[in-house]
Write a protein of this length. Structure first.
Length: 197
């Protein structure tokens, strides 16, 4: 069995308990009291039992205390997954959601996730943008490594292979068009919601 990782010697158990009284984070207090028990001569198994965790977690707490002191035992927020969109794209998407769809232009009366995913694809892959020479952003991105400007007359109708969109509309979700070539606002009645007569 490997030797236990030593707790840094510049803090005593009394100091850790005083820190625990000052902090408002209950999880940080629990971690500090567990390490204070170890400094008092208790075993790591006792500290783990007192804190309600495993020995490996107590080991991680000791490493965090050694690296950052009592503040190193604070509850940290997980970083989460990095955003796929940049700030400008998120701002544009928020603007589109806030203004709502235009039924004549967008073909829907309210946004659904699959409609927004289709709008993002159209905005980035099909629509020309005046700020970048009236070409779609995907063509500019594909030519970023090229030394010469993109050939605008070449392959106007060809598109690169699309990646799968997580929220694609199923045919059963699309709304039928009414007489004015606009999407109907009434939803189809499912067999479970039919009224009994």
């Amino acid at each position: 069995m490997a030797a236990a990782i030593g707790v840094r010697a510049d803090y005593t158990s009394g100091e850790l308990r005083r820190f625990a009284r000052r902090f408002g984070d209950a999880d940080q207090v629990r971690r500090l009291l567990a390490v204070a028990l170890i400094l008092d001569g208790g075993s790591r198994s006792e500290a783990a039992k007192m804190a309600g965790v495993t020995l490996l977690i107590v080991r991680d707490w000791v490493l965090r205390l050694n690296a950052g002191g009592p503040d190193g035992l604070a509850t940290r927020k997980a970083p989460g997954r990095a955003s796929i969109r940049n700030d400008a794209q998120r701002a544009r998407l928020a603007e589109i959601v806030e203004t709502g769809p235009i039924p004549a232009a967008n073909g829907v009366v309210r946004w659904r996730l699959c409609d927004l995913a289709q709008w993002i694809d159209s905005y980035n892959e099909e629509r020309p943008h005046s700020a970048i020479g009236n070409i779609p952003p995907i063509r500019l991105a594909n030519s970023a490594g090229a030394t010469s400007p993109p050939d605008l007359g070449k392959a106007e109708n060809s598109r690169p292979e699309r990646s799968k969109v997580g929220w694609q509309c199923r045919k059963s979700e699309t709304l039928p068009l009414n007489v004015n070539n606009q999407r109907s606002t009434s939803r189809p009645v499912s067999r479970h919601n039919k009224r009994r007569r």
